[in-house]
Design a protein around this ligand. Structure first.
Ligand SMILES: Cc1cc2nc3c(=O)[nH]c(=O)nc-3n(C[C@H](O)[C@H](O)[C@H](O)COP(=O)(O)O)c2cc1C
Length: 186
């Protein structure tokens, strides 16, 4: 697949089939992900792959409770409160796999490094016919000691990018983009 087709076609997918993502596929996606540029070539990102439904469900419940307890008021907070307070709402949208991209330790560029790795992974997944979605709702909880324990990850790690992966039930329509604001300075 041409890179522009992947960039144009990728969508955040929120409906998945039950088809599992096998280890070889996940390894290929991670192999593409780690080729992203990274600061001072420190390559700080690690990958925690969760595929067991009971663990995904437990983390979803804990992350919702954590967000409800810690969420600051914002333009979206009423909508978020309704969603997160719904016991039937799965923050992982029923995806069969979650890959959490973490840094091994805090550092000045870990967010940039892990976000670039995440975009590579999402584009590589699209090229294989798989859907993905970054789950920001999980981030607060996963960064607590309880969250890292729920993942089975070392306490020193800093989770940055929780990405769900799976076979889409259907591909959603593209989300419109604002016209880019460009400041041309000669
Ligand atoms: C940092 C970040 C956090 C996000 N958190 C969530 C989330 O918690 N749940 C969700 O369904 N989508 C989440 N998304 C997906 C965005 O809603 C989505 O990327 C945006 O609406 C644009 O749609 P597209 O990805 O299909 O182009 C997140 C995306 C990013 C980059």
């Amino acid at each position: 697949m041409k890179i522009e087709d992947a960039i144009l076609g990728r969508r955040s997918v929120r409906e998945y089939t039950d088809e599992a993502v096998d280890e070889q596929t996940m390894r290929r996606l991670i192999g593409a992900a780690i080729l992203a540029p990274n600061a001072v070539n420190q390559q700080p990102c690690t990958f925690t792959v969760v595929r067991e439904r009971s663990r995904l469900d437990r983390i979803s419940r804990q992350a919702k409770a954590h967000m409800l307890a810690t969420m600051a008021a914002s333009a979206h907070s009423e909508h978020f409160r309704t969603l997160l307070g719904d016991p039937g709402y799965d923050i992982f949208h029923g995806a069969p796999a979650l890959v959490v991209i973490s840094a091994t330790a805090p550092g000045p560029w870990i967010v940039e490094d892990c976000a670039l790795v995440a975009e590579n992974l999402m584009l590589a997944a699209f090229a294989e016919g798989l859907g993905t979605c970054w789950i920001g709702f999980a981030q607060g909880f996963l960064n607590t000691l309880e969250g890292k324990a729920a993942l089975g990850a070392p306490a020193a790690w800093a989770p940055v990018a929780p990405i769900i992966v799976g076979r889409p039930k259907a591909w959603p329509a593209a989300t419109a983009r604002k016209t880019p604001e460009i400041l041309w300075v000669d």
